[in-house]
Design a protein around this ligand. Structure first.
Ligand code: ZN
Length: 59
């Protein structure tokens, strides 16, 4: 069974298995969340800056 994942469009926060009323990171409302499937279909590029940032921090 796969858990639902929601992604905040404002800050990119990824919520797995729950759907809070507001983003715990930036406080955006529920209407700003999309499912991870929608996110990868529509906003695939959005994940790239995060990965680059993580790589930069790790190196
Ligand atoms: Zn957010």
């Amino acid at each position: 069974m796969s858990k639902e994942q929601y992604v905040c469009l404002v800050c990119g926060y990824n919520m797995v298995g729950f759907h809070p009323e507001t983003c715990p990171f930036c406080g955006a409302g529920q209407e700003r969340f999309i499912t991870a499937d929608e996110c990868s279909a529509r906003y695939r590029v959005a994940a790239t800056p995060v990965n680059e940032k993580v790589t930069r921090l790790n190196s």
